[in-house]
Design a protein around this ligand. Structure first.
Ligand code: SF4
Length: 335
């Protein structure tokens, strides 16, 4: 007998910059989690090219990187049969809703954002878009009335602003009892931020301390071999402290638990050298990365699969966005 109740799956929205090929920091810190979540929730993944133009860039490079990002995400396991993948600028309602939210977002809240302060300090001339970036981010999420947003700890402040904007708009154009926009909740990403191979800063392309997700086995080893380890291990006979070593943390992300325990033991007892330890890490990484590389090769050989996934994703999202905007405009006297 059919149940009269319909189970509504929570909707998840995730955004990622079109920075080209993913690196293992993006993969472990975000994308691997999205791949898991696509089996549990209605998942929308957006390549946020409108966000990318708030700093200097080259148009041709943006186009190339946007596509590489799409290919990387599909290779990493985002499945168009389960999740929706699209490019932000293909759904114009993102910027339309952002303008509407600009009219309710308090300026003081934007000026307090630490990411704005950091980025603005590094530039001579600051584009207004850098300040209002979190408003567009709120529009990205709320356009789909998403319930959950997978975030790292450094993005919780931006998400809080989305909640403030949702509350403000609801107070003006809906009601507390029946809010139109949900206040999106953070779903904290399980892997903490992944450090770069220099062991100094978060893994990033601009610092050139990264391993690309699609790099060959040889390229990965060429980067792992000289990677910084516990500085206390000057000689092979010096015992180390695994917790201070980035290679140990990468083992925790890629190696099975018994291997991680062996690493900790062999490190703290000087039972092996760092190159031995890195060889084992390389093997563990290969086990996870080989199928991803294989999928990437298949996608490069069949580029229409990437185009089709993005086109279908954009079409689906435009339909959802139009529904939201029709209601928003009606309530605001704009329709
Ligand atoms: S043995 Fe492994 S965990 Fe210990 S310092 Fe060397 S690379 Fe790091």
């Amino acid at each position: 007998m059919c149940s009269p109740y319909v189970l509504v799956m929570p909707r998840i929205f995730s955004g990622i910059q079109p920075s080209g090929e993913l690196h293992i920091g993006n993969y472990l810190g975000a994308v691997k989690n999205w791949v898991r979540l696509q089996d549990l929730h209605e998942t929308i993944v957006c390549i946020v090219d409108y966000h990318a133009i708030t700093v200097a860039y080259e148009p041709e490079m943006l186009r190339k990187r946007r596509r590489e990002m799409a290919l990387s995400l599909l290779a990493a396991g985002i499945d168009p049969e389960k999740a929706t993948l699209f490019v932000q600028s293909q759904v114009p309602e993102h910027t339309e809703l952002a303008w509407i939210f600009n009219s309710v977002c308090p300026l003081g809240e934007l000026e307090r954002q630490t990411q704005f302060k950091d980025k603005a300090q590094r530039q001579e001339s600051v584009a207004a878009g850098l300040l209002t970036y979190p408003v567009l981010q709120a529009a990205d999420i709320l356009l789909y009335r998403a319930d959950l947003v997978p975030v790292g700890e450094d993005q919780v402040q931006h998400l809080e602003l989305s909640r403030v904007i949702a509350r403000r708009w609801n107070a003006l154009y809906a009601s507390e009892a029946q809010p139109f926009f949900p206040e999106p909740q953070p779903s904290l990403t399980p892997t903490r931020r992944v450090m770069g191979l220099d062991g100094q800063a978060k893994m990033s392309k601009s610092l050139n301390n990264y391993v690309g997700l699609l790099e060959s086995s040889e390229e990965v080893w060429a980067k792992l071999r000289p990677a910084v380890t516990d500085p206390a291990r000057m000689k092979r006979t010096d015992p180390g402290t695994p917790e201070v070593c980035n290679i140990y943390h990468l083992h925790k992300a890629f190696s099975p638990e018994p291997t991680v325990a062996t690493v900790a033991h062999n490190c703290s007892t000087a039972g092996w050298g760092c190159i031995d330890c890195k060889k084992v890490l390389h093997q563990s990484m290969e086990a996870e990365l080989v199928p991803i590389r294989r999928r990437a090769e298949e996608l490069r050989a069949n580029p229409t699969r990437v185009d089709d996934a993005l086109a279908e994703g954009a079409e689906h999202c435009r339909a959802l966005a139009r529904q939201t905007m029709a209601e928003v405009k009606e309530r605001m006297g704009l329709a």
